[in-house]
Every structure is written in structure tokens, then in C-alpha cells.
Design a protein around this ligand. Sequence first.
Ligand code: PSU
Ligand code: MN
Length: 298
Amino acid sequence: VRVSAEVEAAVRDRRPVVALESTLFVHGLPRPDGLQLALALEDQLRGAGVVPATVGVVAGDPVVGLDREQIELLADAPDVAKANAGDLPLAIAAGRHAATTVAATTWLAHRAGVRVFATGGIGGVHRDGRETFDESADLVALSRTPVTVICSGVKSVLDVPATVERLETLGVGVLGYRTRRFPGFLVGDAAIDLTWSVDGPAAVVAAMRARDELGLAAALLVANPVPAAEELDPALHDRLLREALQAAADNDVRGRAVTPFLLAHVQRGSGGRSLATNLALVRHNVAVAADIAVAWST
Ligand code: PSU
Ligand code: MN
């Protein structure tokens, strides 16, 4: 793993560092919003006194702490693979460019000694998961990587209650951040009660310390809802999602094509509002991650 000099020094000196993934800006957002967001998140972290550690694979090199040119390269290149943890050695051996998902990013961040990671939404159980077994590699990766992940839930195109059940089975501790309900990604509330809730970074750090002392392998998931002023109207969200699911069924869309199809449908139907909400929730997660990383380092 190639760790940038800046990230390596910060980890060694116990200064705050936050990892960021690359699938979000390479595959999860339209161009040029992805690149703009990636650079804005780095600036946001630096402004909070935190070293950013954006993770990705550049020509077969797994990098923790991509520099600006490397971020631009991944955002612009036409042939960037999407790598989960199982894909990582294959992308490396093939010398490919690859964007890292939550699964691959947590692993590389952990190898570099980075303990806090912010993203938008993690992967999860697909709605047809009972038949297809389609469940994101993020879930099992989180079960064996002791990193703290700040997110706003899982993409609402997934089966959210099933994903929360799987997190429990896999031993991933879920903490509501100033909420007692699991967040619904573009909306604040997925109507699932949480057992544990914290009111700020110090309580997250206490849980991280206890997890380390117990020698547990799993991640902690900090569930941070999108701010109320920026959520997508829940009625609009539900209507767009219903229509998108119906359109996918009508057009016989299957497998890997389903998620991009549904997201694009919601995007068009909301007239760009879902994109604005997506950007807002990621920025909010990065702000909370910065607070946690600062508290952890002190
Ligand atoms: N959630 C989003 N946009 C994304 C992702 C999640 O709103 O782009 C990405 C993350 O990188 C996550 C990955 O780890 O999708 C999950 O993909 P899969 O279901 O193929 O494991
Ligand atoms: Mn899948």
C-alpha cells in the first residue's frame, strides 16, 4: 500500500486523518460534479485541521492519500474499474486504475493506520436479494475491518431493513449520531429504530476505544442523517422510487444495471434535487468525521 508522505506523517504523529473513497466520485456522481466534490471534501477537511486520505488504485498502485493529479486522473479516465475488497488484488495485478468502494477503502485505510472514514451511503442488501443473493461486499468487509465509518445509511434503492439486520448479524455496531432512527440516505429517517445513539464525537471515541480494548474486528458505523433543511421531500422520494422500480421491472433491467437505472430515474425525476441532497449529506458526514478524528487524536 502506498501511503502519501503527508498521511504517513500524520498517522505517525497521531494527528487527525479522515479517509475518503473514490467510487463515490468516479462512479457514483455525474461529471463534473464528482471531481468537484472530491476536491471540495479535501479542502473541507484541511479547513478543519484534518489531513485527507482519499483512497484509490492508480495504474495498479493502491494509494492512501491520492494527490490532486491522481484524483483528477481517476475522475477523468474512461476505463476506471470499480474495486471492492476481492477485486483489489486483481486490479493491482492487472495494473489498472480502480476506484475503491467502501469495502476496499476501509481495508486500505486500515492498513495505513487511518481509523476514521467518511462516505455518503454504504452498500447493502438488494431488494431482490432473497433470490439473487446480491448483497454488497461492503457488509462483510465492515465485519472484519476496525475502522469507524460515517454515513447517511444505505442507498434507498436497497432493502434498508434487511441491511440493518445483516449489520447486526455481522457484528457491526451501529450508532445513531444525534438520532435514534436509522437514516434513509436522501431522507433523514428510514423508520427503523436504533438501539444506540450518541450526542457527539467524544461518545464515538469512547466506543472506538472500547472496541479496540476488546480486540473486536468489526467496524463501527456512525449513522448520520442528512440535515432536515437539505433532505429530499419524503413524499417525492417515495413516489420517484416507486416509479423507478416499476420502470426497471417493465424494462426487464437486471443485475448490476439495476442500481444505476434507479438512481438515474430518481435523479431525472427530482430535477437535480437528489444530486444536491447527495452532495449535502456527504459534506455533512465529512464534517462529523473531522470532529471524530480530532477527538480521537486528542
Ligand atoms: N452509495 C451511493 N453512491 C455510491 C456508492 C454507495 O450513494 O457510489 C458506492 C460506494 O462506494 C459503495 C458501493 O461502497 O457503491 C457499493 O457497491 P456494491 O453494491 O457494488 O458493493
Ligand atoms: Mn452487488
